[in-house]
Structures are given as structure tokens and as C-alpha cells.
Design a protein around this ligand. Structure first.
Ligand SMILES: [Ca+2]
Ligand SMILES: [Ca+2]
Length: 592
């Protein structure tokens, strides 16, 4: 070996030694694990908290991209939660407001992942989370122009869907072929379910109605970008058009789902060619459909030139579904009972709601608000009690209440009185959510109770955020936005797992979601912008979790449909939360 080469080798060895030594001192990789923060970042004048785990001193500081120390502070004394004995300390650097890219450093722990302090800090992840709906469109190829390396062939044209024997009628006997294209794949699987589409589509339409100015201009490179209509409404229409195909024009009833008999393998959508069925009509499907179509009629009415006739078609469909539900008020979807009587047996997601009182409330309110006809309003018991249950696919009451509050200026009579009562009950619920946030091991609204960590816990966090933003809308009290933001911080990394639950956004994000295209496409990174279900100590999938503690019971493994699946009804409230906080950024003084 020549002397020059030997010198080079020694230099490289020395550099590696020094680098490893630095890692020991700063423990950079450990730091990323132990310092939990919003991995996307913070608004310049907004609240900024990080959570530090493990053994350490009480000092922390921020370093800029060039390694220079720019700010220092003291950690709080360590604290635990009622359901997780591990102690954490809080680093509050809200007072540091200079835009830039930073790391947070704690002696004995190391450096955090990098994060930004800047205006519009959640704009990219907001757009990413709605762009995910493009990636999961059925019945269309994804082209490189819009999908980049995740481009793929068309899956599920769904132009030959068989009426299942459970849904047979005189006009449409079993085996009748109907066309049911478009829509979004529901979750990790390729089926399409009206009930889960209901809350998802309603949440996205509400985002438009609550923030029309922001959503009229927001755009994220989909095939409809550059036309004259808002990208959000273009994307929603992809699913609304599918939902319309799920109504039987003969009676107004709505099929519960468009599905395979059983789940596909982990294969790409164009390879998943099993027969598709429209199965039994259900009351929940008809009412969710009626609510969405009534709201869609209101929203798309603003675009008569671009979408001529669409609003009227949606309203007609809504009324027919409502009429069907009045005649069939208790047709629940019971998959086991159906399988006892009909072939082929269906084993895909059931979404079998046992209680449709809330679906009647939501549909009645949306039909009333769109038509002004009190007959809809008077049909259902709109306010049976003062409970304000957080929205989920099986509980949609608040979606109606949010709409009532949004349009409260137009109300008279009983609806006006109810809206006042709803307003005070909602504020009471919102204030109850704020209790204890600042004393918590992870200071977010999410995690008040171990019960928050259910299947799809990420959607609990996002829906709590929406509830608080509705409280802001009626009070203009900034504290509700601050606390909604605390749940965005939770979802993007300031949590007991240390993961940003949003694929592709943050430094430590899910790489193996339970999602067929992400698993089958041969690309290392999953499709970006999808929210993982999150911690779920029930662990129904029996996968190998590292922890069973409620806020830690999460595993980034494709096996884990109970903690690491993705779903449209989890993504939609994230989309709402992220865009809403962005839209309010200036108003509440997070930046100017
Ligand atoms: Ca557009
Ligand atoms: Ca229900």
C-alpha cells in the first residue's frame, strides 16, 4: 500500500472514531428516541413543547442547523401519568420565536430529530394528508405526474358488481350487474363501505364549509388541479359519485358496501380481481348517505356552471334515501345473520352499527339545513340529551350539530333554541377536554384517560381537535385552538411512542402500515400522508407489540391492523385539523 493511501485510510478511520465519539457524547440517535416533539415543527409565535424521557439533568437548549446554541431553558420536574409509570419532563421553548431548523439538546440524552419553526409549518402535512385520498382512488390509474414513484395501474373498475343475494329485490334479483365505479378504498383493504364513507365525506365537506376561503385556493397536484374548482371538492366528488351508484333507484335504499366476499391477499389493486358484490341495504347506510348527499347538495350548489345539475341530483338522492329509511328504520347490518341465510358468505369489514338514532339526527339536520323544510327536523329527536359523543363511524350525531352551529345565523324556531342548547353542551364538553392538559406527562388533550387509546386512537385525537375548533368557532377563545394544536403535536410525534403517525411526514414515521398497496408495490416508503391507527392496548391483531401500556401499545408492523392500519375515517379528521389550524394561524397569532 502506498503511503498516500495509508494516510487516507488512517484519516478516514480517525474521522469515524471522532464521529462515534460525538455520537456517544450527544447520543444523537438516542436523543431522537427520547425527545418527543412535533417532528414537522412549530409556529413562530405558537406554543412549543417537547417531552423528554429517561435519565437526564434539568437543562436543555436549542441548536441551529450550523450547530450553534441559540436558546436555553430548564426542564420541568419529572411527571408520570395514571396509566404509564415512565416519567417525563417538559421542555417549553414557546418564547423562542425565530424561524429556522433546529434540534433540541438535553445533556445525557442527546439531540432531537430536526424540526422547523416557521409560518405555515403544517401546510405540507395538511396537503399530504388529503393527497393520500388521491393515492387510494379506485377505478383509475395513478400516473407519475401525480403519483411519482407510487404510480400504479388502475384497480377495481367496479363496472360489473353483482347484487348479492342478501340485497335481492324483484327489480334487482341476485346476480344483477350494476356499475359502481370510483370511490376511495376504505383502509388497508380494497372494499368500499357506505357507513365509513359517510363520516369521512361529511368531515371533508365540513372542512370546506367551515373554511371556504382557505379551501378554495389550496391545491396539491391531483388530476383536477388547475381546473376552476377547489381540489378538496374535486377529491370529495370522486367518492360522492361512487356513493350515488350505491343507491337502488327503484326504492331509494342504499347498499351497505361494495365488497369482495373475503379480503384480498397483500397484492396490488389491479391484481385483486375477485368478484365484487353490493350487499344488503341498511338503515345506517341510507341515513349516512342522506346526510352526505344533503350536505353535498348545499356545497356543490355554489358551482352551478362547473357542475351543472350535481347539487339537484345529490338532493334528490338524499330525499329518496331518507324516505327509504323512514320505511325501514331498523334494518341493521348483521353480517353473521346474513351469512346464515345467504351465499356467498361475506367476511370483509362489517361496520355493523347497532344504534341508528344518531344517523337519523345527522340526516334530519342536513336535510333540514339544505331544504329549509322543518318536516325533516321534526321527524327525529334532535337533542335527546346533552351528551356530546365524539364522532366515529358508528356515532355521527355531532356531525349534524356542527352543521347546525355553522349555520346557526339562519335558524328560527326549535332549531334556533336547540342550537343554543347544543352550543352550551358542546362548550361544556370542550372545557372538560381541557382539564389536566398542562400537567400531563405528554401535554396534549389526547391521553386524558387510558380509554382514549382505542382502535383508531389517532382519530380520537383528531376528532377531539375538531371538537375544540368548533368550540373556538362559537367563542373565538384562542385556548381551544392551542389545545387542538396540542393534539396535532401528539399525532406528529409528541407522544409516548415517539412516532409521527403520519406516513412520510417527520423523522420517525410508520414504514410498514397495514395497507395493501404500500406492502405490495416494492417501494420502501409507504404511500405518504396516511395516518396510522395508533396505540391500542387491546391489540386485537395479536402481533408482537413492545409494550402493552395504553399510550405505547403500537407496533410499526404490517401485521398490525389494530394499531398500524390506515383508514379514510382516520385520515379525514386529520385533514380537517391540519388545514383548520393552518387557516387560523394568523387569526390566533401563531405568526403574522
Ligand atoms: Ca381543482
Ligand atoms: Ca350510530
Amino acid at each position: 500500500m502506498k503511503r498516500k493511501e495509508l494516510f487516507l485510510l488512517r484519516s478516514i478511520a480517525l474521522l469515524i472514531t471522532v464521529w462515534c465519539g460525538m455520537l456517544n457524547v450527544y447520543g444523537q440517535r438516542n436523543g431522537g428516541e427520547q425527545i418527543r416533539l412535533n417532528q414537522e415543527g412549530y409556529y413562530p409565535e405558537g406554543p412549543k413543547l417537547a417531552v423528554v424521557t429517561g435519565e437526564h439533568g434539568d437543562e436543555f437548549y436549542l441548536v441551529a442547523a450550523d450547530g450553534k446554541k441559540v436558546w436555553e431553558g430548564k426542564l420541568t420536574t419529572a411527571r408520570a401519568s395514571t396509566y404509564n409509570p415512565k416519567k417525563t419532563s417538559i421542555a417549553d421553548f414557546s418564547a423562542f420565536q425565530k424561524p429556522g431548523t433546529y434540534r433540541l439538546v438535553v445533556k445525557g440524552v442527546g439531540e432531537s430529530y430536526p424540526f422547523n419553526i416557521r409560518k405555515h409549518v403544517h401546510e405540507a402535512v395538511a396537503k399530504g394528508s388529503i393527497k393520500a385520498f388521491y393515492y387510494i382512488r379506485a377505478s383509475t390509474p395513478l400516473t407519475p405526474t401525480y403519483a411519482g414513484k407510487w404510480s400504479r395501474a388502475e384497480g377495481h373498475p367496479d363496472n360489473k358488481v353483482l347484487v348479492h343475494s342478501s340485497a335481492a329485490t324483484a327489480q334487482r334479483p341476485a346476480g344483477t350487474i350494476i356499475s359502481s365505479p370510483r370511490g376511495w378504498y376504505d383502509a388497508g383493504d380494497y372494499n368500499k363501505y357506505i357507513v365509513n364513507s359517510g363520516i369521512t365525506t361529511g368531515t371533508l365537506l365540513s372542512l370546506y364549509e367551515d373554511f371556504p376561503a382557505a379551501m378554495n385556493t389550496a391545491t396539491w397536484n391531483i388530476p383536477e388541479s388547475g381546473n376552476t374548482t377547489p381540489d378538496l371538492l374535486d377529491e370529495v366528488l370522486w367518492n360522492v359519485r361512487w356513493m350515488l351508484t350505491m343507491q337502488d333507484p327503484n326504492d331509494g335504499g342504499v347498499y351497505h358496501k361494495c365488497t369482495n366476499a373475503s379480503f384480498d391477499k397483500m397484492e396490488m389493486p389491479d391484481k385483486a380481481v375477485a368478484l365484487r358484490y353490493a350487499v344488503q341495504k341498511s338503515t345506517a347506510a341510507a341515513l349516512d348517505f342522506a346526510a352526505v348527499m344533503a350536505q353535498a347538495a348545499r356545497v356543490y350548489k355554489e358551482f352551478p356552471k362547473q357542475w351543472p345539475g350535481l347539487s339537484d341530483s345529490c338532493l334528490t338522492a338524499a330525499k329518496q334515501a331518507w324516505t327509504w329509511a323512514q320505511k325501514n328504520p331498523a334494518q341493521l347490518y348483521e353480517q353473521n345473520a346474513i351469512n346464515a341465510s345467504f351465499e356467498p358468505k361475506i367476511s370483509t369489514g362489517a361496520y355493523g352499527d347497532r344504534d341508528v338514532k344518531d344517523e337519523f339526527i345527522w340526516a334530519a339536520i342536513e336535510l333540514f339545513l339544505t331544504t329549509g323544510e322543518t318536516s325533516y327536523y321534526n321527524t327525529a329527536a334532535i337533542l335527546p340529551d346533552d351528551k356530546m359523543p365524539l364522532p366515529s363511524w358508528a356515532q355521527v350525531r355531532l356531525l349534524g350539530y356542527y352543521s347546525l352551529l355553522r349555520l346557526s345565523n339562519t335558524l328560527t324556531g326549535a332549531a334556533k333554541t336547540d342550537a343554543e342548547k347544543i352550543k352550551s353542551a358542546l362548550l361544556k364538553t370542550a372545557d372538560a377536554l381541557l382539564v389536566g392538559v398542562n400537567e400531563r406527562a405528554y401535554p396534549s388533550v389526547m391521553g386524558q384517560s387510558a380509554k382514549d387509546f382505542i382502535w383508531g386512537s389517532s382519530a380520537v385525537a383528531a376528532n377531539e381537535g375538531i371538537l375544540l375548533l368548533q368550540a373556538y368557532a362559537v367563542t373565538k377563545d384562542k385556548k381551544y385552538v392551542d389545545n387542538a394544536l396540542s393534539n396535532l403535536d401528539y399525532l406528529l410525534g409528541r407522544n409516548a411512542t415517539g412516532y409521527s403517525f403520519m406516513t412520510g411526514f417527520g423523522s420517525k414515521t410508520p414504514m410498514h402500515p397495514h395497507h395493501r398497496p404500500s406492502e405490495a408495490d416494492g417501494i420502501a416508503e409507504p404511500i405518504p400522508g396516511m395516518l396510522a391507527g395508533g396505540p391500542n392496548p387491546s391489540m386485537q391483531d395479536k402481533c408482537n407489540y413492545a409494550s402493552a401500556i395504553p399510550d405505547e401499545a403500537y407496533v410499526d408492523d404490517v401485521c398490525s391492523f389494530a394499531s398500524n392500519e390506515i383508514a379514510i375515517n382516520w385520515n379525514a379528521p386529520f385533514v380537517y385539523l391540519a388545514f383548520a389550524v393552518e387557516a387560523l394561524e394568523n387569526t390566533v397569532g401563531y405568526s403574522h
